[in-house]
Design a binder for this molecule. Structure first.
Ligand code: FE2
Length: 388
């Protein structure tokens, strides 16, 4: 009995390895045979930098604070993006996190720490699991210089990911699978401290920014933060292995929007993120040292009835990326591109629908009420992470 069990386990493992090898070979074939169509003409977007220090000094200077809040609201509406400087976050915090994740992605087998039974919403997601939603029908409206490099129909992303739950779990929820226990890699002793350090810093910055956005939209201060409390926030670094996927034109994360409320990133060690503005213009993004980038996701689009749109983006290997890869090779540094990304979510049992200020017959029809947990599950089904 036990030998037949171990024979079946070996067969399953063998099949999984064979499938992974076939996917990798097919991917390499595709990338070596397609023409590089990287568009290096796109502008770098000039985004406003929001100073969170004005939040902490608001009792002393309310006018500065309100002006900064108006900047948040304006940037989220126009670009679905803003740069943030938070006096509580320093570059060395980001470096500590990136250093640890480079080591982890460099040695993970992608199996031990994976939890497919929880839709990969905790633990590691190896390469070629996540596939972006199909947005091909939308691309016809984009100008020739503004098309994504991502293939149509979309293909499985070669990037890895680790999901680490941040913040307290809700005392009661109808969505326990979105609130599963974290995975701690047993060979990484500093893991929990570093993940919690970076995750909490990112979420503190997002809560502050969400309050400033509410002030900027002239709605009650806690309009967003009250819905974010006990949300399934995820620290979600991606890992892209440039020793395998470092050719110019490679798509690491295909054209997509984020399904959550707001996403926040520290600065990555490699360029390559491209974004689309509200009017469909493709642009690069540069994050100044010590700053963070915030992107709007689908849940804020719901709550604002589309006044803020979930921003489309993709991560590719550009000429700038190749330059950094070559430099880091010379310096014998890690060739894993780690994104220090954190997804801020609305709490799973909260209902997503346009807030009072954004309610019109059109927005109400366009954004019918749905529990945030159901919206997340539908999105996860669409990007092949969910098994529901
Ligand atoms: Fe994203």
């Amino acid at each position: 009995m036990s030998s037949s069990k171990s024979r079946s386990s070996l067969i399953i493992l063998g099949t999984a390895i064979a499938a992974s090898v076939v996917t990798y070979i097919a991917y390499e074939y595709f990338n070596s045979h397609k023409k590089s169509t990287v568009n290096n003409k796109n502008q770098v977007l000039e985004l406003p930098t929001i100073e969170l220090s004005t939040f902490f000094n608001r009792d002393k200077n309310i006018d500065d604070y309100k002006a900064e809040c108006a900047k948040v609201a304006d940037a989220l509406h126009k670009y679905g993006l803003c740069i943030v400087r938070d006096p509580r976050v320093h570059e060395e915090h980001n470096n500590k996190f990136l250093d640890m994740m480079e080591v982890y992605f460099g040695k993970s087998d992608g199996i031990r720490d994976a939890r497919p039974e929880y839709h990969y919403q905790v633990g590691v997601t190896p390469q070629f699991i996540e596939k972006p939603r199909d947005h091909c029908s939308k691309l016809g409206s984009l100008g020739p210089d503004d098309k994504p490099l991502s293939p149509c129909p979309p293909e499985l992303d070669p990037k890895w990911r680790f999901f680490w739950r941040v913040g307290p779990v809700p005392p009661k929820t109808k969505f326990p699978a979105l609130n599963a226990d974290d995975v701690i890699p047993p060979d990484m002793p500093q893991w929990k401290d570093v993940m919690d350090m970076w995750g909490n810093k990112m979420m503190d910055a997002l809560f502050t920014l969400a309050e400033m956005a509410a002030v900027g939209f002239d709605i009650p201060n806690d309009s967003f933060t009250s819905k974010m409390k006990f949300g399934p926030h995820l620290l979600a670094p991606t890992g892209s292995d440039y020793s395998k996927f470092g050719k110019e034109g490679t798509v690491l994360a295909g054209y997509h929007y984020d399904l959550n409320f707001l996403t926040i990133h520290g600065k990555s060690r490699f360029p390559g993120l491209h974004v689309w503005t509200r009017d469909g213009k493709r642009a690069g993004v540069r994050i100044p040292d010590g700053c963070l980038l915030v992107q709007a996701g689908k849940q804020i689009e719901y709550l604002t009835g589309g006044h803020v749109l979930a921003g489309y983006h993709e991560v590719i290997v550009s000429q700038g990326t190749v330059d950094v890869i070559e430099q880091r090779k010379k310096e014998n540094k890690s060739l894993w591109r780690v994104s220090s990304t954190c997804f801020g979510h609305v709490q799973s049992d909260q209902i997503l629908e346009p807030l009072d200020k954004f309610r019109t017959p059109t927005t109400v029809a366009q954004f019918p009420p749905i529990a945030a947990g159901d919206q997340v599950k539908l999105e996860l089904d669409a990007i092949s992470l969910s098994r529901s």
